[in-house]
Design a protein around this ligand. Sequence first.
Ligand code: ME8
Length: 512
Amino acid sequence: MGDPYYITTAISYPNGRPHIGHAYEVIATDAIARYHRQAGRDVRFQTGTDEHGLKMVQTARDRGVETRALADEMSSYFKEMNQKLNISYDRFIRTVEPEHHAASAAIWQAMADAGDLYLDRYEGWYSVRDEAFYDEKELVDGEGGKLSPQGTPVEWTAEETWFFRLSKYQQPLLDLYNAQPDFILPETRRNEVMRFVEGGLSDLSVSRTSFDWGVKVPGSPGHVMYVWVDALTNYLTGAGYPDNAADFARYWPADLHVIGKDIVRFHAVYWPAFLMSAKLALPRRVFGHGFLLNRGEKMSKSVGNVTDPIELVERFGVDALRYFLLREVSFGQDGSYSEEAIVTRCNADLANNVGNLAQRCLSIVAKNCDGKVPPAGPPTETEEALLASVAAAEAGLHAAMGELALHNALEAVWSAARDANQYFADAAPWSVRKTDPARADTILHFTIEAIRRIAIMARWAIPDGADRLLDLLGQNADARDFTALNRPVASGTILPAPSGVFPRLELAAEPG
Ligand code: ME8
């Protein structure tokens, strides 16, 4: 078994159906997880839903349903979305699971044992939408009153709560950011966090008494944990904390938490502080991706531009949506999507490039080469150049993935795909066949080899299409990881009848 690699998404609030921002996060994380599996690592990939807190209680009340019923229903839509998006998670966690309550109680106890929890009265501003407490100095003036820095409404709350001694961790956190400059990525997010922590940390209210939908505070009747304490703990629960010592030793600390830019503070400030207090190892890296915008605009229910990712998958296919989001958005920055952009990008790179090359090459092979990979004569300079381009793509892929530059990783692979198309067009095996069939065989052989390697290199991003390409190339399931890149296709490999892999996409006709 390869080295362990534990990767997580944020767990989403199931207070509504998933939107495309949720889809984006889980697709990007899935791509990274699949990349590491293809590289031979023992990957554990966790996603799930964050089901406690006031936001869930209020949404359920507004809809006139039980909170648990709301959580059950909405959580099932997140699962369904994952299935439609081809998400290869190992564990879908729900924070209502008894195992998770036990893990939350255990970390609470560890923080209490460290002397970091005390009872006091909390008075301050709370945003239910963000499930976050804010200092007065962070608030901004909005039309209807004060707003959080995220632009959400805040309300004054006053109650007796448990506090966590966050202030005690200001210097240890700064030391962490300095010792491990890549603990928080991208750098813009790291700078924001450092500025926030340098500005001083107040102790954090970590329990609530005004409602009871949450994890009960051990030994403190009437208190439930602040939803972020239990939410962050999901990462530990999934690694076997506290009772499965073997799993916990193998998978903790997490290698990577993938989250959106709006919740970096929770993951890069509160979370390491809780873990330091509980004397648990810290995750190796937190990556705050950007936000997806609909034609450049923020999605909002009131504007009515919230996109259902399942509809997009049904229209364009799972690989098209995955490829578009991974290729078009610079990972770490905000990105914009529109149906036109999806169609343009996927037709150029999938249908007209890789798909078309495979189709043209394999139909000549089916007709002229007895449905088998033809033998190769000695490579000429043009084949050498093609193989060099594919090798450069491989190096570019791994370098980009090392920096979590998913878009650059795909660009590296597609630069080889463009070269392979050019090679095939220039070498023109359909016309060479008339005068020199052996040379035509050589061209087809090396084209197949290039497509094979491109498919393997793209498989973490577009698993479905890449696997169908590899099926068409007669490649077994054990020849699809990165180690197979160095095992060239064998002449004589039997090929199934060719079929199209990436259909051309079309925009819906304007409603007339
Ligand atoms: O924040 N584009 O849940 P959530 C890209 N339960 N990503 C987006 C996005 C957009 N337009 N909108 C939201 C929570 N996200 C907490 C997390 S983790 C211990 C608890 C991202 O349902 C967002 O940044 O509001 C977050 O990473 C994820 O979707 C879930 O958001």
